[in-house]
Design a binder for this molecule. Structure first.
Ligand SMILES: [Fe+2]
Length: 365
């Protein structure tokens, strides 16, 4: 926590210096526009030349040092795209410069009992993630933690399967929705490997295979489970932090989409009931927004993971969250629209224009 707080101060100071330098050509110190909370020197202009009307509006600058911005990204795997979408997204996030990034799980295909194989999957994913210029927070997904071997490898690398942190008076709860993990088809690892090979050899057959596989998963739609230890841990975290300005709850599986909502989600909602909060999940590879209990509940679209349904939620994107004094401002940024300074990158359209596995094969009931 110490390092994070230090960074906040550093960034605030750097932002202050930058704005001051940008305005350095002005001769007189002017007071900031009415209502702004900016330091007196943050905005300067030539008062003698502009004593009355000004060529700018009088709104306050949006530079409250309490505000901060972070990015959320969705699934990479569960049938990953071979075209390097996730790799490219790291470069695009660096262009946007959030203060940190948080994922909603499923970064490796997992479901292996071979520890070395699991380790090499993580080596690959972490090799891409290390290209980010800011901290990256992990959330466990079913592919990341689908069996004991995967859990062991996760713990060796990350120390905990659920945790919390505070950033600028905002509480982040990172739940583990795989505690224990839900049942999956026995041959899921083999199927995933076969699908990966087919993607290279015969993309159409790969899509067909994925669509049929998704259609067969209905029997596995069971409520999310979390251990009593985990629920107790978060109860204590919330009791210890009653006055933060906002709480974000992250977990992989949007349990409210299941035919039957589990006890874990009920417990989470009950413990959050008396505070403002936002829930962000992934898993379905399809952007979705709903409200429950008057709060925002978001299911992230993917960053590279295959599309499983038909519809407008099929989008590779990031969520750009600006935490303000009274709550978050949330913008959805599609990755085909994030270009560098050289201008429009037509290649992005092809890369991000993908086909859903379910087109013509499987329709949501
Ligand atoms: Fe998942």
């Amino acid at each position: 926590m110490k390092a994070i707080s230090k960074k906040v101060h550093m960034m605030t100071f750097t932002a202050f210096l930058l704005v001051t330098m940008l305005q350095g050509g002005c001769s007189n110190t002017g007071a900031p526009p009415a209502g702004t909370s900016a330091p007196a020197l943050a905005f300067q202009y030539d008062k003698a030349a502009l004593p009355g009307a000004k060529p700018w509006t009088s709104e306050a600058f949006q530079n409250n040092p309490e505000n901060f911005q972070f990015a959320v990204i969705g699934d990479r795997t569960g049938g990953s795209d071979p075209g390097g979408i996730f790799d490219r997204a790291m470069e695009q996030i660096n262009l946007l410069q959030p203060e940190f990034v948080i994922n909603v799980g499923d970064l490796v295909e997992g479901y292996t009992d071979d520890k070395a194989k699991a380790a090499s999957m993580w080596d690959e994913a972490e090799g891409i993630i290390k290209n980010l210029e800011m901290p990256f927070f992990y959330v466990a997904g079913n592919h990341d933690m689908g069996n004991d071997t995967m859990k062991q490898v996760w713990l060796e690398r990350r120390g905990a399967t659920y945790y919390h942190f505070i950033y600028n008076d905002t509480l982040f709860l990172v739940f583990n929705s795989e505690d224990p993990s839900n049942p999956v088809p026995k041959d899921i690892a083999e199927k995933t490997a076969e699908y990966k090979k087919l993607q290279e050899r015969d993309p159409e057959a790969a899509l067909k295979m994925l669509g049929e596989f998704m259609a067969s998963l209905d029997a596995y739609k069971v409520p999310m489970v979390m251990s009593d230890e985990q629920i107790s841990y978060f109860r204590k975290v919330l009791a210890d932090n009653p006055n933060v300005r906002w709480t974000f709850a992250f977990f992989h599986q949007p349990d409210w989409e299941n035919p039957e909502t589990g006890k874990a989600l009920q417990a989470i909602e009950e413990m959050l009931a008396n505070r403002p909060y936002t829930v962000i999940t992934g898993h379905l590879h399809y952007y979705d927004y709903t409200q429950r209990n008057g709060r925002d509940y978001i299911t992230m679209g993917p960053v590279g993971a295959s599309w499983h349904k038909n519809g407008p939620g099929n989008v590779d994107h990031i969520l750009w969250v600006t935490m303000k004094k009274d709550g978050p401002e949330i913008a959805m940024v599609t990755l085909d629209g994030v270009w560098d300074r050289k201008g429009r990158d037509l290649k992005l359209k092809d890369i991000y224009e993908r086909t859903a596995a379910t087109e013509g094969v499987y329709q949501e009931p």
